[in-house]
Design a protein around this ligand. Structure first.
Ligand SMILES: Nc1ncnc2c1ncn2[C@@H]1O[C@H](COP(=O)(O)OP(=O)(O)OP(=O)(O)O)[C@@H](O)[C@H]1O
Ligand SMILES: O=C(O)C1=C[C@@H](O)[C@@H](O)[C@H](O)C1
Ligand SMILES: [Mg+2]
Length: 170
């Protein structure tokens, strides 16, 4: 497999896609795009406003549409945690980028995340963080070209691991 000219980061909310993505972009000499911010720019609304106005399913449709339309080159794309529910979007991202799943175990995620609802995570009623991890993990695995384990790594450590994983598929 050859490295495509974009890198997409997927994974649970709190995995560090946005934080790590911008540092990765700097090291690769790429642009950086946070798809959550792109959704806000294109709709003129904040994410939590979109979820309140359109519901979870409506939000996922908007996210799918925005991600499926991303036209970028030499860009690190940090997606939102729910991006993997957009089939068109993921097909497009697989075509234009190397998809990297940032994997963090449940216990570390729990420590890192505050109130999920306050964070605007797409949650079914009664769903816990553990339920969410169990439900979403197969989606992240399905779309990943590369899986990077982040446990016990600081931001720099994660970025270094992503760079060597990308080099391994060059
Ligand atoms: N390797 C790391 N070690 C410790 N803390 C980290 C690490 N990477 C990110 N963080 C912290 O975890 C929090 C969540 O990071 P971030 O917002 O980048 O996650 P995200 O994957 O973009 O989430 P979302 O899907 O909600 O957009 C931030 O406070 C960030 O500083
Ligand atoms: O994981 C999620 O369900 C989400 C994560 C955020 O990045 C946003 O994309 C949105 O708030 C949904
Ligand atoms: Mg983010």
């Amino acid at each position: 497999m050859s490295v495509k000219r974009n890198v997409t980061l997927i994974g649970m909310p709190g995995a560090g896609k946005s934080t790590v993505g911008v540092v990765l972009a700097k090291i690769l000499g790429y642009h950086f795009l946070d798809s959550d911010l792109e959704i806000q720019e294109q709709t003129g609304k904040l994410l939590h406003e979109l979820i309140t106005e359109h519901g979870d399913e409506g939000f996922l449709e908007i996210e799918n549409r925005v991600n499926a339309g991303l036209a970028v080159d030499k860009t690190v794309i940090a997606t939102g945690g729910s991006a993997v529910f957009g089939e068109d979007a993921m097909k497009h991202l697989q075509e234009i980028s190397t998809v990297v799943y940032l994997r963090l175990p449940y216990k570390s995620l729990k420590r890192r995340l505050g109130d999920l609802k306050k964070r605007g995570v797409v949650l079914k009623p009664g769903q816990t963080l553990k339920d969410l991890v169990d439900y979403r993990t197969p989606y992240y695995e399905k779309y990943a070209d590369l899986i990077v384990d982040e446990e016990n790594l600081d931001i720099r450590g994660v970025v270094e691991r992503i760079v060597s994983a990308l080099e391994s598929v060059e």
